[in-house]
Ligand binder design. Structure first.
Ligand SMILES: Cc1cc2nc3c(=O)[nH]c(=O)nc-3n(C[C@H](O)[C@H](O)[C@H](O)COP(=O)(O)O)c2cc1C
Length: 444
């Protein structure tokens, strides 16, 4: 394992693939180049991971949530549990980072710390945890609990992550010596038992997983409200965000970097990666036809679920050809609702226009064009200081992801905007982040 990647000759973008299969677009699964059989399809996941590694991607990323039902987004109705899937994928890959979402509202720090430390070992230092607070109240049903309000969810998340970090630092890096001659499996003095007492969690014991290759898994944060950004500034190595306007994306980027510096961190210690859904055709005409076909295949009830959830209010009673109604701020997903309303007002969208945009990319950037046009857009955003990289959201898998890897990545590489090959082995290496050192303890 190398501890730090070789610096590239110029700043290069990072790329993740956000795997919401069979497709991010509500109608994506019906495309002839989408795989749907044998669901949940492990071979498809293996195919995507192999393609991502062939394309020298930084990471394979799995979102997660707890709701299911006929009218949910087709890609969330039935799926693998993220950590078990990533452990399986670790066996057939050697470089690609493996990122999973885990909720701080519906789990215990010990379970999460243990799962990600194990994945980091299994994968040789490629694990990342997307720290989410779980936005929707309906997620609480399977836990038989009340869904906490937005501010409290973030207060819980702060404690949760702190407890995990202490757990990950339980053991020295070289604790497990296996000294058969001396009869010592672990080195004396190498364990520090965490002692954490917060308002929501208490931890008075150590993690029974040796310290992992990256020290701590890479931490991703994906909430863009004020409290979400504040949490990111304190703990994140990567910030996922939804942005669809260059000026606003730059403002978000600058604001995030300023907050990092206020926390005593460097601007490059956390990378900002907006989501992007490229619809790729060999010609502009073909790309437009693919997009039109996807839109024809939208299930209206499913798309309304996605739209109403993102806005925090039921949109089905409103006339589709009228303006987008004002919606009060809710306790669910504050930043995304604000982003969508802002986009609707800026572009003078009807509710129908917004319905289609959200059914496609849920408010993320949505370019439709040729490989060169897609590469141009990513370059423009990257060079304008709006992003350190992108979290790719193909409308359907594997067709549109393969198209990106085979047709867009080579253009980015030719322009020197993306790596031609991996220079390290861990996800921290790929992202240009240092390994997490264990704090010096004096109280062994
Ligand atoms: C790219 C991206 C991916 C996300 N993935 C998940 C996810 O998998 N599960 C989840 O519960 N929330 C996910 N979120 C939502 C956020 O974690 C957060 O709960 C939500 O944005 C509400 O917080 P906010 O009001 O601070 O933005 C994601 C957000 C973004 C931008």
């Amino acid at each position: 394992m190398t501890q730090e990647a070789e610096p590239p000759s110029r700043r290069q973008m990072r790329l993740g693939v956000f795997v919401q299969a069979p497709g991010h677009h509500v109608g994506g699964w019906r495309h002839p180049d989408a795989t749907v059989e044998g669901w949940p399809n492990l071979s498809l996941m293996q195919h995507i991971a192999a393609a991502a590694e062939r394309g020298k991607f930084d990471m394979f990323f799995l979102g997660d949530g707890f709701a299911t039902g006929y009218d949910e987004h087709p890609s969330t109705i039935g799926k693998f549990e993220p950590l078990t899937l990533l452990a399986a994928l670790a066996m057939g890959t050697s470089r690609i980072g493996l990122a999973a979402t885990a909720s701080t509202t519906y789990a215990e720090p010990y379970h999460v710390a243990r799962g990600f430390a194990s994945l980091d070992h299994i994968s040789g230092g490629r694990a990342a945890w997307n720290v989410v607070t779980t936005a929707y109240a309906k997620s609480s049903a399977v836990f038989g609990r009340q869904h906490p309000p937005h501010a409290e969810r973030y207060a819980i998340a702060e404690e949760f992550v702190e407890a995990c970090r202490l757990l990950w630092d339980s053991w020295d890096d070289d604790a497990f010596i296996g000294d058969k001659t001396a009869g010592r499996f672990v080195r004396p003095g190498s364990l520090r038992i965490p002692s954490f007492k917060g308002r929501y969690f208490a931890v008075e014991g150590a993690l029974n997983v040796p310290r992992s290759p990256q020290g701590h898994p890479v931490l991703i944060q994906a909430g863009s409200s004020g409290p979400g950004q504040a949490l990111a500034a304190r703990i994140a190595d990567v910030v996922f965000t939804a942005q669809n306007d260059l000026a606003e994306a730059r403002a978000f980027y600058d604001g995030m970097k300023a907050q990092l510096i206020r926390q005593g961190r460097s601007a490059q210690s956390a990378l900002v990666m907006p989501g992007v859904m490229p619809v790729i055709g060999r010609t502009e005409q073909e790309a437009r036809e693919i997009f039109a076909e996807l839109n024809r295949n939208i299930d209206t009830a499913q798309a309304f679920t996605v739209l109403s959830e993102r806005l925090g209010a039921d949109m089905s009673p409103h006339p589709l050809d009228g303006p987008v109604p004002d919606v009060p701020e809710t306790e669910h997903l504050k930043s995304r609702a604000a982003l969508l309303i802002q986009m609707a007002r800026r572009e003078n969208l009807t509710l129908r226009d917004l319905f289609y945009r959200v059914a496609a990319a849920r408010g993320h950037l949505l370019p439709v064009g040729t490989p060169v046009q897609i590469a141009d857009l990513l370059e423009r955003w990257f060079e304008a200081g709006a992003a350190d990289g992108f979290n790719l959201m193909p409308p359907f898998f594997p067709g549109q992801f393969d198209a990106f890897v085979d047709l867009v990545v080579p253009i980015l590489q030719e322009r020197g905007l993306f790596r031609a090959d991996y220079t390290g082995t861990t996800l921290r290496d790929h992202l240009g982040l240092t390994r997490k050192a264990r704090p010096q303890f004096t109280d062994h």
